[in-house]
Design a protein around this ligand. Structure first.
Ligand SMILES: NC(=O)c1ccc[n+]([C@@H]2O[C@H](COP(=O)([O-])OP(=O)(O)OC[C@H]3O[C@@H](n4cnc5c(N)ncnc54)[C@H](OP(=O)(O)O)[C@@H]3O)[C@@H](O)[C@H]2O)c1
Length: 210
């Protein structure tokens, strides 16, 4: 099986490469620049250079599964949120469908389920994430959507929950657990067609996601 990771040079992207390589896979790592290609190659992935603001179709050739974990980040403005987090994600869904991909795992976000309920400061982001998720849900492309809470750099707890914690303070999850949850979804067909909130918690990946 070959999995294309979009956003492979990012923090979750690199943790996911490590998780898949540990399982014996050689993922295809989509990155934007030559120096990033070297980084992902050293981790054990096969690099493919492409930019979500350009044409991405060739990166999908020969792949079975796709993970979208790209994001324009907080340092750029809402223009890039539209072009990368929304339009780039929608473009990736269309490219996956054209390539006959069997599972598209979208790293969405807490708040995408209802942008009206979240903080105004990040509403442009949660609206973009929701519209990208809606495009995937309507596309006919087999999907798994993960909606993690605030990402942290803690070491993986290797346990999670898909239940909403009572307080916003508790709505976090280590990036490494998100990467492990993605790896679990990729090898567990029952996760196809599901949308999961994702937080730190006390359940095994199987108990929470299967
Ligand atoms: N931060 C949070 O608390 C939070 C919460 C929930 C969900 N999320 C979601 O989690 C995901 C990943 O998080 P992370 O911490 O791993 O992010 P990250 O480290 O910022 O990684 C994002 C990756 O996306 C890539 N990217 C940006 N623009 C691109 C473009 N035009 N074409 C191709 N790739 C592009 C970046 O490439 P470069 O390396 O070249 O910059 C980077 O490698 C994102 O989808 C984000 O929306 C975040």
């Amino acid at each position: 099986m070959t999995t294309l990771i979009i956003g492979a040079h990012g923090q979750i992207g690199q943790l996911l490469i490590k998780a898949l390589v540990a399982e014996g896979e050689t993922p295809r790592a989509m990155v934007r620049a030559e120096e990033q290609a070297k980084v992902v190659k050293d981790l054990g992935a096969e690099p493919a250079i492409a930019d979500l603001e350009g044409n991405v179709q060739s990166a999908f050739e020969g792949c079975d599964k796709v993970v979208f974990t790209a994001g324009s980040g907080a340092k750029t403005g809402p223009d890039k949120t539209i072009l990368v987090d929304m339009w780039g994600a929608m473009k990736a869904v269309d490219a996956a469908k054209a390539a006959g991909i069997s599972q598209f795992v979208m790293v969405s976000s807490r708040g995408a389920e209802d942008p009206e309920k979240g903080p105004a400061k990040i509403k442009h982001y949660t609206v973009c994430k929701k519209l990208a998720d809606d495009h995937l849900l309507r596309s006919g492309q087999p999907y798994t959507i993960l909606r993690p809470g605030r990402l942290t750099d803690e070491t993986a707890e290797r346990t999670i929950t898909t239940q909403w914690p009572d307080t916003a303070d508790e709505q976090w999850i280590p990036r490494e657990d998100v990467a492990l949850a993605i790896a679990h979804c990729l090898k567990t067909p029952v996760t196809i067609g599901k949308v999961y909130p994702l937080f730190h918690g006390k359940h095994s990946f199987s108990d929470a996601l299967n």
